[in-house]
Design a protein around this ligand. Structure first.
Ligand SMILES: NC(=O)c1ccc[n+]([C@@H]2O[C@H](COP(=O)([O-])OP(=O)(O)OC[C@H]3O[C@@H](n4cnc5c(N)ncnc54)[C@H](O)[C@@H]3O)[C@@H](O)[C@H]2O)c1
Length: 253
């Protein structure tokens, strides 16, 4: 059954040129939202926005952004308001992931580390700050941050950035609840995207999958229900939560 929970809403999904972010953007548009595909990758972002717009449902447009650059995030918010008249929903999904370099915290090149944290952690805060005046003007809003089960496993600076995303989610939920803005996060487990295939490789995916309660990798489609729930009024009294969508990779008590 298709519903239209997001009719008349305006959503920004960062990192939506492909992968999980693209699945979020497609699903939001299918339920009536006007969607901004906000990504560094202009070629893929433009193509994805055109494909979504061609399907029907809500409108879609591409806006280039570097989520680690404060001016760029403000320009993204302004372009969204110009295109669609306001901002209701923000999904902070962009990250350096498919092209990530592996190193230890004690030896990683410092400039690379700063850039990485600037995109993968600070990017969510910068995009939130840029969208905040527009959500405040509407008196409500919902934000979903893309975390990872890596926040709870040893996974170097990638996991450290996701620990930061979880902290941001909880802090911002407190700071923004009084303005009618909810902030939650999704923590995917190993999910089959082009970036994962490039980054992790088939052998590693198989070894991760054998330890999951549900013996298959996740797909972008597996993430969509949780994201749209957290963005919707069905989650009107849910904030500051980190929802694992991970095939039973992590059990927390
Ligand atoms: N795939 C997985 O197994 C998995 C698991 C847990 C969490 N995640 C998280 O889910 C999100 C999406 O993952 P994915 O597998 O779809 O990866 P992906 O590489 O396809 O998506 C990341 C997107 O972010 C964009 N991006 C990178 N740097 C940017 C910047 N500075 N500004 C704007 N956009 C930028 C990329 O162009 C890309 O489109 C990431 O936050 C990732 O950490 C993925």
């Amino acid at each position: 059954m298709t519903t239209n929970r997001f009719d008349g809403k305006v959503a920004i999904v960062t990192g939506a040129a492909g992968g999980i972010g693209e699945a979020y953007a497609r699903a939001l548009a299918a339920e009536g939202a006007s969607v901004v595909i906000a990504d560094l990758d202009e070629a893929r972002g433009t193509a994805t926005a055109a494909e979504i717009a061609a399907v029907g449902g809500g409108a879609a447009t591409y806006v280039q952004v570097d989520v680690s650059d404060p001016d760029s995030t403000v320009a993204m918010a302004d372009a969204t308001v110009e295109a669609f008249g306001g901002i209701d929903l923000l999904v902070n999904n962009a990250a350096i992931y498919g092209t990530m370099q592996f190193d230890l915290l004690v030896s990683v090149d410092w400039d690379y580390y700063r850039k990485f944290m600037g995109v993968n952690m600070d990017g969510a805060l910068l995009c939130t700050r840029a969208c905040l005046p527009h959500m405040t003007a509407r008196g409500r809003g919902a934000i979903v941050n893309q975390s990872s089960t890596a926040a709870w496993l040893y996974s170097g600076f990638y996991g450290l950035a996701k620990v930061g995303i979880n902290g941001l989610t909880q802090q911002l939920a407190h700071e923004l609840g009084g303005r009618g803005i909810r902030v939650n996060a999704i923590a995917p487990g190993p999910t089959d995207t082009e970036a994962t295939r490039k980054q992790v490789g088939e052998g590693m995916v198989q070894s991760l999958v054998k330890d999951l309660a549900i013996k298959r990798p996740g797909t972008p489609a597996d993430m969509v229900g949780a994201c749209l729930f957290l963005l919707s009024d069905d989650a009107a009294w849910v904030t500051g939560q980190i929802l694992a969508v991970d095939g039973g990779q992590i059990f927390r008590s």
